[in-house]
Design a protein around this ligand. Structure first.
Ligand code: SF4
Length: 350
């Protein structure tokens, strides 16, 4: 039987038309699935009984299966989900006063292989489909009973290497018959793939863009992020300038600070010179260690010193307090496959 949640709104509407449904039915069903997150067709109470029976005969309603939940005292909740093919992914809920952000994955593993990221060490297994991305939000909301205000595509995987499914997920998260989360509250983060940056500039929704920069020279960036050999800093920044010219939106540059690798006084000067003509915000993220990583996080004083040196040179500099690092839910720490290999997880009920 077909999983009805695998159908986009257009596909559902077209199929409904072929089956002779009233035109408004597809929208009603989609709303029950993605806004009200029902488990069964019987719960779709504004549809008549015969129609519900007809749906139940032909379709199933899927959900991701949560296999483990880890909460940290600083307000991060990480959930490992099992997919229909037994692959595992992780998503994180970051609760911060009135901002409730869910960080979703777009791939199982990641082909980009950044050395500062646990996911990058897993290799690539497969792309997620749009509904598997959106179901992470439903799974976390169901498990916690809390609705998110913001969505960030910063979990496992490089969204621009799975762009069509990522953008379909964004449409459903944003749409009135989906989750109704404002486009400006949705951020896609990329390791810096110029063609993806150009494509997103033409996407009609005003979503936000974040670029993982992490170094001020190609030599160091290529060591941290091998993708830099294919798309060096200059090419990435050229695409970002085009993005700004087309959208007038400010981008965020993420800069993971690693002790004595990319936090030198020269880096401050080079960073300000690289970004001086780009309207942007810089998010400094102290490196989150993960098992097997050779890098160290700078001391809080060193992070502060870097930020203070940068601040007069660039307009908006923030230090991101990475929540959830203790339960490996911080930036760059998601690695569901390894976690499960070592822990033999069982599905979690309730
Ligand atoms: Fe992939 Fe992002 Fe990790 Fe790089 S940082 S390996 S792009 S998940």
């Amino acid at each position: 039987m077909t999983d009805i949640k695998s159908l986009t709104f257009k596909q559902l509407a077209r199929m409904g038309e072929q089956r002779g449904w009233e035109p408004y039915r597809a929208r009603q069903v989609f709303l029950w699935l993605w806004q009200k997150d029902v488990n069964s067709f019987a719960e779709m109470t504004n549809l008549n009984k015969t129609f519900r029976q007809h749906l139940a005969r032909d379709f199933i309603i899927s959900h991701l299966i949560p296999v483990r939940t880890c909460s940290s005292s600083d307000g991060a909740i990480k959930i490992t989900f099992r997919l229909h093919d037994n692959n595992l992914i992780e998503s994180v809920f970051i609760l911060d006063e009135d901002r409730r952000t869910i960080c979703v994955s777009t791939q199982v593993g990641c082909p980009v292989g950044c050395r500062i990221c646990a996911t990058g060490q897993l290799g690539f297994i497969r792309n997620l489909q749009w509904f598997e991305i959106v179901e992470q939000i439903q799974g976390i909301t169901r498990a916690t009973g809390i609705k998110p205000t913001n969505i960030v595509f910063m979990g496992m995987g490089e969204p621009f290497l799975n762009l069509s499914q990522t953008l379909e997920a964004v449409r459903v998260i944003n749409s009135d018959w989906g989750m109704k989360i404002g486009a400006r509250r949705i951020t896609i983060s990329t390791a810096g793939i110029p063609q993806g940056i150009r494509q997103i500039a033409r996407f009609p929704l005003q979503i936000r863009l974040a670029i993982s920069l992490n170094a001020t020279t190609d030599e160091i960036r290529s060591q941290l992020m091998p993708i830099n050999r294919q798309y060096p800093i200059k090419q990435v920044l050229k695409a970002v300038k085009e993005y700004h010219r087309l959208t007038r939106r400010r981008v965020t540059f993420e800069y993971v600070l690693i002790d004595r690798i990319n936090n030198l006084p020269e880096d401050v000067l080079r960073l300000s010179s690289l970004l001086k003509n780009i309207p942007c915000k810089i998010n400094l993220i102290p490196f989150n260690p993960f098992p097997g990583s050779p890098f160290k996080s700078p001391s809080p004083q060193a992070v502060q010193k870097f930020a203070l040196a940068l601040y007069p040179l660039l307009p908006a500099v923030t230090i991101r307090k990475s929540k959830g690092a203790k339960v490996l839910a911080g930036c760059g720490q998601l690695a569901a496959v390894t976690a499960v290999r070592h822990n033999k997880l069982e599905p979690q009920i309730g």
